[in-house]
Design a binder for this molecule. Structure first.
Ligand SMILES: Cc1cc2nc3c(=O)[nH]c(=O)nc-3n(C[C@H](O)[C@H](O)[C@H](O)COP(=O)(O)OP(=O)(O)OC[C@H]3O[C@@H](n4cnc5c(N)ncnc54)[C@H](O)[C@@H]3O)c2cc1C
Length: 413
């Protein structure tokens, strides 16, 4: 049996994009229903990097101070080095921001924090274990979302449906929105190894023959990203865990004594790196944001932050038409127009890094070196400030313009 209810905005997915959009709309007094297919926010090795742009947005919402009380680690510098010892360091010190560092927080803590804040607003409704299966049509326009709950199929009818359902987005597939796919040359194995005080800190990237290793300081452990060639996961697994341990130990001798902590393949999670972008993010009654509109490569750890910037722009542009009950397609197009340059610039920067740091190195058998183009890009006066700035803030970081309507927060919150 199918049951339906009505709202102003119905969002598929409570990841960073959906959660922030819903918080901003509810805060502005717009009724919003978020449908999340999982029963909780637990997910390992997802984007855990909160960049200066997101910290500034939280600051504008009066949430940064409380957010920074959650257990976290910080990185002020990024160190690029080769397994032969050549080193290049850059940081966020010159970036014009109140928060010149990256904060590492498990994504589930971030989402729990945002959802708890959103629940203070009576206009916010979160439905967990609700898997969106399709959009609801009314003539030429989308008028809501259909989802599967434990007790059967349901519909939410809404002035606007938002696809914030990530890189495997069901909604964008249902609508067949036109997409351009890039082809990042790598996949990544993620695993954890314990961290000791003498290991150093921050974010470190190690270029070695055939591999690129990312080491993220997560307090008492290192989150390790071990890149492999695209589609080679089964081959690497076939070579056995011992071969992986040996390869890692030779690339990062300082952590060789920790490689033995990898005891089963269950500890090693595969990220199939994908990057794409929709050329149109909307149809009447529907807008895609975040990874659903543009899946991001993990390079630079920007995915969450780009998704959140989409959500801020969507709330800025749409809270008023949503409150008034009709969202013209021009308003949806305006969201895409305002965001697409920043998204494209970030993807171009990622493609440059794929080519310079990842692809070239995977093929190379000669001693590893920091590519001259990367050194030039990071060390040339003026230009050198651009990459840290792009990673930290993106192009034209949006400000929160949607209002906090008086009386919208629940009493006692
Ligand atoms: C393994 C991995 C590691 C990553 N590492 C980083 C990193 O270090 N830093 C970084 O910034 N980015 C990283 N990313 C990318 C980052 O996680 C994403 O760019 C970011 O989370 C995008 O946010 P989003 O809200 O658009 O989508 P998502 O975070 O993917 O959220 C989508 C939400 O929709 C839900 N959903 C999906 N389908 C449905 C459905 N049919 N019905 C209802 N709900 C649905 C999902 O459960 C999820 O909660 C990583 C991604 C992966 C996969």
């Amino acid at each position: 049996m199918r049951t339906a209810h009505e709202t102003r905005c119905c969002v598929a997915g409570c990841g960073p994009a959906g959660a922030i959009l819903a918080l901003l709309l509810a805060r502005a007094g717009v009724d919003v229903v978020v449908l999340e297919k999982h029963g909780d926010f637990l997910r390992d090795f997802r984007g855990d990097t909160i960049h200066p742009s997101t910290l500034e947005i939280l600051d504008e919402l009066g949430l940064a101070e409380r957010f920074l009380r959650l257990p976290h680690s910080r990185a002020e510098t990024l160190t690029l080095r080769t397994s032969a010892g050549d080193t290049l360091r850059f940081g966020f010190r010159g970036v014009p921001t109140k928060y010149p560092y990256i904060v590492f927080v498990p994504q589930w803590d971030f989402l729990d924090f945002i959802a708890a804040e959103a629940k203070r607003y009576p206009a916010f409704h979160l439905v967990m274990n609700a898997e969106v299966t399709d959009v609801v049509w009314d003539g030429e326009a989308v008028r809501g979302l259909r989802y599967r709950a434990a007790d059967g199929e349901r519909e939410v009818r809404a002035s606007l449906a938002v696809g914030a359902d990530g890189r495997e987005s069901r909604t964008r597939d249902a609508l067949g929105l036109p997409r351009v796919a890039a082809s990042p040359p790598v996949d990544v194995f993620w695993f954890r190894l314990s961290r000791r005080a003498r290991d150093g800190a921050g974010v470190q990237a190690v270029i070695g023959p055939g591999h690129f290793i990312a080491l993220l300081d997560r307090g008492d452990y290192w989150q390790v990203g071990y890149t492999i060639g695209k589609g080679e996961a089964d081959t690497v697994r076939g070579q056995g865990l011992d071969a992986l341990r040996r390869s890692f130990a030779s690339l990062v001798p300082a952590l060789a004594d920790r490689a033995g902590e990898l005891r089963t393949w269950d500890q090693v999670k595969l990220l199939r790196v994908r990057a794409d972008r929709l050329t149109r993010w909307h149809v009447p009654g529907f807008l895609a944001i975040g990874d659903a509109a543009h899946a991001m490569s993990p390079v630079g750890g920007v995915g969450i932050n780009v998704a959140i910037q989409d959500a801020v722009v969507a709330a800025n542009r749409l809270w008023r038409p949503l409150r008034d009950g009709a969202v013209p397609v021009e308003a949806l197009a305006a969201v895409q127009r305002e965001r697409q340059l920043s998204v494209r610039a970030t993807q171009v920067m990622q493609e440059f890094m794929h080519r310079q740091l990842l692809a070239r190195n995977l093929r190379s058998t000669s001693p590893p070196r920091i590519p001259p183009m990367v050194r030039l890009a990071l060390k040339t006066p003026g230009l050198g400030a651009l990459i840290p700035r792009l990673v930290a803030l993106g192009i034209n970081r949006p400000h929160v313009e949607s209002p906090a309507r008086a009386g919208t927060a629940a009493a006692g919150a």
